[in-house]
Design a protein around this ligand. Structure first.
Ligand SMILES: NC(=O)c1ccc[n+]([C@@H]2O[C@H](COP(=O)([O-])OP(=O)(O)OC[C@H]3O[C@@H](n4cnc5c(N)ncnc54)[C@H](O)[C@@H]3O)[C@@H](O)[C@H]2O)c1
Length: 383
C-alpha cells in the first residue's frame, strides 16, 4: 500500500528529552521502521523539520542523522503547510507561547508535559485547540513502562480483589553540581524557570493513577527544598528556589489511597528508580520500571511482631515475578504512533490537552496544599 508523509515541526530537539526520547527513540525509529502502521494497513512516514535557537547545533544534529530540514524561525516553520503537526519539547516556561502560535496556524499539536505552567494557561490552550478544531495530545510515557504495563494487566485481571492502597517511591540523588556535575538541567531547580519536582512529577502521577487505579479526588502534600544552593552548567552557584522533594497522599475514586514520595535528594535502596506497591484484598504487587512481582493472598506469610527475635524469613524471596509475555516497545515511540494514528486516521487518543490540564492541576493543588497546610479537594475540569 502507498506510504503517505506527515510533516512534523519539532521544537526543542536539542534538549535532553527532545533529542533522546522524541527525535532518536521515536521519530527516527519510526522513520527507520518505514512509518506508522494505520488501521487500514497503510503507513504514514514522518518528515521532521527541526526548530531551535542555535543554527549550528541544529545543522550538526541534522547532518548526524541524515536529515535535511532545520530552521531557527518558528513562524516560518508554522507557516509551511507541508508540516501540519507541531511538537514541543522546549523548556516548560516558553511552551505556552509557541503552542498558541501553532494553534493559530491551524496545526495539530503534540507536546511534552506540563502542557503549560499553570492550570489557567493549560485550560486556555485546551479551549483554543477545541475552538480551532485541531487535534491535541500530551505525553503519558510512564503508562508504557513494562512494569506498569504488567501492573495494568494485573488490575484488569482482577488479581488484587479490592484495591486498598498504592505506595510509590520515586527518586535518586541529583548531584549539587559543585564537585560532580548535576545529572539534570539547572532550570529544574529554579521556580522562576518552571522548575520543581512537584510540577515535574505530579503531571505524571495524575495520568498514572487515573489510568491504573482511578482519578485523583483530593491531595495532601508537603514539598521541600532540601538543598538550597546548587551549581549550574557553567559551574556558577545559584539559589535553588524550586522544591526538590514532594511527599504526598492522593485520595482516589473508590476509596483507594495512594501515597507517593518524589525526591531528587534520596539515595536509592530499591531495585528501580521508581517502585509502586499495590495492596489489595486478594493480592499485592510491587512494580518498577521493568519488573513486577506479586504475592497472592493464598501464599501470604503470617508475620508476628516480636522485636526480641531476629527475623528468619526472607520476605522479598516470597514474591513471584510476573513474566513479560510479550515485547515492550519504547514508550515514547508508542505514544508517537498512537498520536500520529489519531491525527491521520482519527483513532481515539484520550491523552489530550484536558488530560494535561488535570496533570498541572494536580501539581498546583499539591503546591497549594503544602503552602497552606491543607487537604485540597479536586473537582471536574472541562473546556
Ligand atoms: N516525559 C518525561 O518523562 C520528561 C522528563 C524530563 C523532562 N520533561 C519535560 O521536557 C521538557 C524539556 O525538558 P529537558 O529536560 O529536555 O530540558 P533541557 O533543558 O534539556 O531542554 C530544553 C530545550 O528547550 C530549548 N529552549 C527553548 N527556549 C529556551 C529558553 N528560552 N531557555 C532555555 N531553553 C530553551 C532548549 O534549547 C532545549 O532544546 C520540559 O517541559 C520537561 O517538563 C519530560
Amino acid at each position: 500500500m502507498a506510504v503517505r508523509t506527515l510533516g512534523v515541526v519539532m521544537n526543542g530537539v536539542t534538549g535532553r528529552m527532545g533529542y533522546r526520547q522524541h527525535l532518536l527513540r521515536s521519530v527516527l525509529a519510526i522513520r527507520e521502521q518505514g512509518g506508522v502502521l494505520l488501521p487500514d494497513g497503510s503507513r504514514v512516514q514522518l518528515d521532521p523539520l527541526l526548530v531551535g535557537r542555535n543554527e549550528d547545533k541544529l545543522a550538526e544534529m541534522a547532518k548526524l542523522h541524515g536529515l535535511t530540514k532545520w530552521t531557527t524561525d518558528l513562524d516560518a516553520a508554522l507557516g509551511d503547510d507541508a508540516y501540519p503537526l507541531y511538537f514541543d519539547a522546549q523548556l516548560t516556561a516558553v511552551r505556552e507561547k509557541s503552542i498558541i502560535k501553532a494553534i493559530d496556524a491551524g496545526r495539530h499539536i503534540y507536546t511534552e508535559k506540563p502542557v503549560a505552567e499553570s492550570v489557567e494557561g493549560a485550560l486556555d490552550l485546551a479551549r483554543r485547540a477545541a475552538a480551532a478544531g485541531v487535534k491535541n495530545g500530551v505525553v503519558h510515557d510512564k503508562l508504557y513502562l513494562p512494569g506498569l504495563l504488567k501492573l495494568k494487566r494485573l488490575v484488569d485481571s482482577g488479581f488484587f480483589g479490592r484495591i486498598l492502597s498504592v505506595r510509590g517511591e520515586f527518586g535518586y540523588w541529583v548531584f549539587e553540581g559543585d564537585w560532580q556535575p548535576a545529572q539534570r538541567p539547572s532550570w529544574n531547580y529554579r521556580a522562576e524557570d518552571g522548575g520543581g519536582i512537584t510540577v515535574d512529577m505530579f503531571c505524571h502521577w495524575n495520568y498514572v493513577l487515573e489510568n491504573l487505579f482511578g482519578g485523583v479526588q483530593a491531595v495532601t502534600a508537603r514539598t521541600a527544598t532540601h538543598i538550597p544552593a546548587r551549581w549550574d552548567e557553567q559551574g556558577a552557584e545559584y539559589q535553588a528556589t524550586a522544591d526538590d522533594a514532594a511527599y504526598a497522599i492522593f485520595e482516589l475514586t473508590d476509596g483507594v489511597i495512594a501515597q507517593l514520595n518524589s525526591s531528587w535528594c534520596v539515595r536509592v535502596h530499591r531495585d528501580e528508580l521508581v517502585e509502586f506497591q499495590v495492596d489489595g484484598t486478594h493480592g499485592s504487587a510491587v512494580a518498577g520500571l521493568h519488573g513486577c512481582r506479586v504475592q497472592p493472598r493464598e501464599v501470604t506469610p503470617r508475620p508476628v511482631w516480636n522485636p526480641d527475635l531476629r527475623e528468619t524469613q526472607s520476605f522479598r524471596d516470597q514474591w513471584q515475578e510476573v513474566p513479560d509475555n510479550g515485547e515492550f516497545d519504547n514508550g515514547f515511540k508508542a505514544q508517537w504512533e498512537q498520536f500520529v494514528r489519531h491525527v491521520v486516521a482519527d483513532t481515539p487518543h484520550p491523552y489530550d490537552f484536558l488530560a494535561g490540564v488535570r496533570g498541572i492541576r494536580l501539581a498546583e493543588a499539591g503546591l497549594k496544599s503544602s503552602d497552606e497546610g491543607k487537604r485540597i479537594v479536586l473537582g471536574d475540569v472541562a473546556v
